[in-house]
Design a protein around this ligand. Structure first.
Ligand SMILES: *Cc1c(COP(=O)(O)O)cnc(C)c1O
Length: 402
């Protein structure tokens, strides 16, 4: 087998990807396509990016041997601790890179979409750091249910727009951000939060997050004497922490890859966000990809207990990798994620983000040999989700009455 998993020069992963944007954005998107690789590869960018990752974000993030969970699952389990980053998740790796790119392209105004508010906070944070004007688009429903993140963004100096179109959630916030970009193509840089959107965004975000697997390589070499694991596990919403986790291993077939998407109440219910199980080919937010839609092409609302995985699309690279069989995608339901969140909390003293708990739940669905080295990315910390865990504690009865 000689498969090509990489992006081609037109921005496609197999038949997925590309840049389907309104004509008014052609120039903007084309300028970015021309500019991004030379910027990312320049010494000046690399140095500033890596210094900030080290001193501001706190990288490298630890690769932690989870002893009790390893015994429980009969493998050698290592956790990649993105939860320990500044602002509490992997998203800051990407927003730092994109704001450095915006500065080098002479842009003066930053916009971003956000669902749970994690990407909004990570964007508002780097805008404060770089003294840039920041406007965040967020569905009105999310503004109401993620209020602390809205307050964090406002404290950081960002203006938060509550979007009232559609279901008033993440997908509508993306559409509104693209609309704003159409009105201000000259001065505005759109910081996209995941491996989605028109080319080159999926590639930009994957490269910014690839620091995760770059570190896993040398950390594994140090800890187990070889630089690759037998298994990689991560959760997928749009696909950025997963892309970063697998980036340097995509062409290494010794490494098995399992990704967890949000099943909600189950892939056969109407309450799901499992796009790779339930989606069909379509165009969403500038890319050809898998989309949850009705037979006549209306986008369906995504449902999951996890606001960060609540998206009816998926990054085009993941649509391609899953279809070519390189990655195995598991649907993890709300109750399984809650249980796994309690399990990691009680066995290792780590409260994971509810998104990351979906990845932890994948362990139960796999069977390992005792010598298998498994690396699982904990994409974020669960402080924001404590109330959700407590409200749903009945799914994890064996951990006690709380
Ligand atoms: C946003 C988020 C996700 C989902 O986004 P990806 O782009 O798929 O990584 C996962 N975990 C956490 C903690 C998040 O904040």
């Amino acid at each position: 087998m000689n498969k090509n998993y990489n992006i081609d020069e037109r921005g496609f992963f197999g038949r997925y990807g590309g840049a389907y944007v309104p004509e008014i954005l052609y120039k903007c998107v084309h300028d970015l396509q021309e500019a991004y690789l030379p910027i990312i590869e320049s010494d000046d960018f690399r140095q500033e990016y890596h210094n900030l990752l080290r001193d501001y974000v706190g990288r490298p993030s630890p690769l932690y041997f989870a002893k009790r969970m390893s015994e429980h699952y009969g493998c050698q389990l290592y956790l990649k601790r993105e939860d320990l980053n500044h602002t509490g998740a992997h998203k800051i790796n990407n927003t730092i890179g994109q704001i450095l790119m915006a500065k080098r392209m002479g842009k003066t105004r930053i916009i971003a979409e956000t669902g749970a508010g994690q990407h909004g906070v990570a964007t508002a944070t780097v805008c404060a750091l770089m003294n840039m004007r920041c406007e965040i688009f967020m569905g009105k429903t999310d503004v109401e249910r993620q209020h602390t993140n809205v307050e964090r963004m406002r404290m950081l100096g960002a203006e938060v727009h509550a979007v009232t179109t559609g279901n008033m959630t993440l997908s509508d916030a993306c559409s509104e951000a693209i609309r704003d970009w159409c009105c201000h193509p000259q001065d505005t840089f759109y910081i996209v939060g995941s491996t989605m959107g028109p080319h080159p965004y999926p590639d930009i975000v994957a490269r910014m997050q690839s620091v995760i697997s770059e570190e896993i390589k040398w950390q594994l070499e140090e800890k187990v004497g070889r630089n690759y694991p037998d298994y990689l596990i991560a959760c997928v919403g749009g696909g950025s922490n997963a892309a970063g986790t697998i980036y340097h291993y995509i062409n290494d077939e010794r490494v098995k890859i399992y990704l967890a998407e949000a099943g909600g109440h189950g892939i056969h219910s109407d309450y799901t966000a499992a796009t790779m199980h339930c989606g069909t080919e379509g165009i969403l937010h500038g890319a050809r990809t898998l989309v949850m839609q009705t037979p006549d092409g209306q986008i369906k609302e995504a449902f999951t207990i996890s606001a960060g995985l609540d998206y009816p699309g998926i990054g085009p690279m993941h649509a391609h990798l899953a279809e070519s069989g390189r990655t195995n995608v598991l649907a993890v339901n709300d109750d399984e994620a809650i249980y796994a969140g309690y399990e990691l909390t009680r066995m290792e003293g780590i409260i994971p983000a509810i998104e990351s708990a979906h990845a932890v739940a994948a362990l139960k669905k796999l069977s390992f040999k005792p010598t298998d080295v498994v690396v699982l990315t904990v994409s974020g910390r669960g402080d924001k989700d404590v109330q959700t865990y407590l409200n749903n504690k009945s799914f994890a009865k064996e951990y006690g009455d709380f």
